[in-house]
Design a protein around this ligand. Structure first.
Ligand SMILES: Cc1cc2nc3c(=O)[nH]c(=O)nc-3n(C[C@H](O)[C@H](O)[C@H](O)COP(=O)(O)O)c2cc1C
Length: 493
């Protein structure tokens, strides 16, 4: 096997270095091509155009006969670009070779292809470039390789997807041998060791898989200590795996997933109502300020706003709480769904900006001390401008309050406001960015809370993290339907 491995690794441009060569062991042109996800063919008046998921168009100036052969070979995805050209020129001799090679070059350059490694008559792995920034990397038989700590291997339908936010493509692994090879690379391995450990894989396929893993930013050559370049990078060392993955998947550029407000569940799942229905009959109406009752100068407020981790002698009052909630979360207008106009879900207008006017954030108040309001757990009904009293275990409420105090260097607060997202309100409409949007919504609410609290002379402080399981248990919510995403402490001064 060692000998076979060496031969496979050095058969191309092999110098007489007996395996001590960095000669490439992979040729991207050996991969079978097909069109990548999202590319559609549009045919009008005998003209054919490819259009990708972003709406970019590529003309196909081929005769109908050549086009048919060309498309059917691409559809099958079993031949290389060169084989595809040969097949078309052979089957339709009148083919304009220049146009054919032009189309192939355009597809290649624009990264419209996905590339499959064929082994034993089936696909072992398929590489999907995301954009023109993708480039093929090579691998060599010398040295050792190791997975990036940013690499992620997960199931997608019947395949395993290998992804990395360090790259501009992803790899689908179709066979258990290919998956096993990827998984084994959490430790440093040389090409020869891989050939020994994975005898079911032909050495040339191991070489191709290594290069494909390298090409998607999942695999890197390592030094004698098993360190890969990212281990020495100050920038990358300060990125956690989840943060960089989330960043790259919730922005455009480093994935090929649909992104934006495409309403993927339209016609399949009903959108949630714009305002959550009341959940308790025990209600406390809140003071609704009259126009002009309170005046504050915005510029002064902007200057005086501060985080205050104090619980003043005077507790927060229920009237102030009413004014605060009115200017932060109170519904000003319901925008009914109107499918004929393209408004697919009920929305609302409130003091804070909110992505898609969706307003998925619910406000739950753990009241420790408030003039005119008994301690306990409440939900704000933003339409009725009222608090709903909820059943909750006192010890669990104290645990939430203690968690907030820990985050504020030990300071207690009068009221802890927990923002919980009705997540499916956002994900019903948006793809790829739903979670990042709701965090941005939390930011908008935080700032509004700071300004409202400053105008009322209260002590506000945003909090960085809370326990979403604790909160779901305390409030009797389902973690996956309405999960807490932000906390804010409010006190009198
Ligand atoms: C998203 C966010 C999270 C925060 N988390 C905490 C926290 O957990 N504990 C805390 O005491 N302050 C927290 N703060 C308040 C900041 O520490 C504070 O804004 C910062 O020190 C600047 O002070 P200033 O708000 O008075 O300008 C948070 C602020 C924001 C915006």
């Amino acid at each position: 096997m060692h000998e076979e491995a060496r031969r496979a690794g050095t058969e191309k441009n092999a110098p007489a270095g007996e395996g001590k060569t960095s000669a490439p062991i992979f040729d991207p042109e050996s991969l079978a091509v097909s069109l990548k996800r999202g590319v559609r063919l549009h045919e009008t008046d005998g003209r054919a155009v490819f259009v990708d998921a972003d709406g970019v168009a590529l003309a196909l100036p081929l005769s109908p006969e050549t086009r048919r052969i060309f498309l059917s070979a691409l559809d099958e995805g079993a031949c290389t670009a060169n084989e595809l050209a040969d097949a078309a020129l052979h089957a339709a001799p009148s083919t304009d070779a220049a146009s054919l090679y032009y189309v192939l070059a355009q597809l290649e350059r624009g990264r419209w292809f996905r590339y499959a490694l064929r082994s034993g008559g089936r696909n072992a792995a398929t590489l999907e470039p995301f954009s023109r920034r993708f480039d093929f990397a090579d691998a060599s038989v010398t040295g050792r390789y190791r997975l990036s700590r940013f690499a992620c291997l997960r199931r997608e339908e019947d395949d395993a997807a290998l992804e990395s936010p360090l790259g501009h493509g992803r790899l689908l692994l179709h066979t258990s041998e290919a998956v096993a090879l990827a998984a084994a690379l959490s430790r440093p391995l040389s090409f020869e060791e891989m050939c020994v450990l994975h005898p079911a894989l032909a050495p040339k396929d191991i070489g191709a898989l290594l290069a494909m893993m390298r090409s998607v930013g999942a695999l890197f050559p390592c030094d004698a200590e098993g360190r890969i370049p990212e281990d020495g990078s100050e920038q990358l060392r300060q990125w956690e795996f989840y943060d960089l993955l989330f960043h790259s998947r919730s922005r455009q550029g480093r994935h090929g997933n649909p992104i934006g407000g495409s309403c993927p569940f339209l016609g399949e799942i009903l959108p949630l109502p714009g305002v959550k229905r009341p959940i308790s009959a025990e209600r406390v109406p809140l003071h609704r300020p009259e126009t002009g009752e309170r005046r504050a100068d915005f510029f002064e407020l902007a200057e005086m706003r501060r985080s205050l981790r104090i619980q003043g002698e005077r507790p927060l009052g229920v009237k102030e709480l009413g004014i605060f909630l009115h200017f932060v979360g109170g519904v000003r207008e319901i925008l009914p769904a109107s499918p004929e106009k393209g408004y697919w879900y009920e929305a609302s207008l409130r003091p804070c900006a909110g992505s898609g006017a969706i307003h998925e954030l619910e406000y739950y108040l753990t009241v420790a001390r408030c003039d005119g309001l008994p301690p306990g757990l409440y939900r704000y009904d933003p339409l009725a401008h009222a608090l709903e009293r909820l059943e909750a275990d006192e010890k669990q409420l104290e645990k939430l309050l203690k968690g907030a105090a820990r985050a504020m260097r030990g300071a207690r607060c009068d009221v802890l406001i927990t923002l919980a997202a009705r997540f499916q309100r956002v994900s019903w409409k948006y793809r790829s960015i739903a979670y990042s949007l709701l965090l941005k919504d939390v930011g908008a609410v935080f700032q509004q809370m700071y300004l409202a609290a400053s105008a009322l002379g209260l002590a506000p402080c945003a909090l960085g993290a809370g326990d979403s399981d604790d909160f779901a248990e305390t409030a009797g919510l389902d973690y996956f339907s309405e999960t807490s995403v932000g906390e804010f402490a409010l006190s009198g001064r």
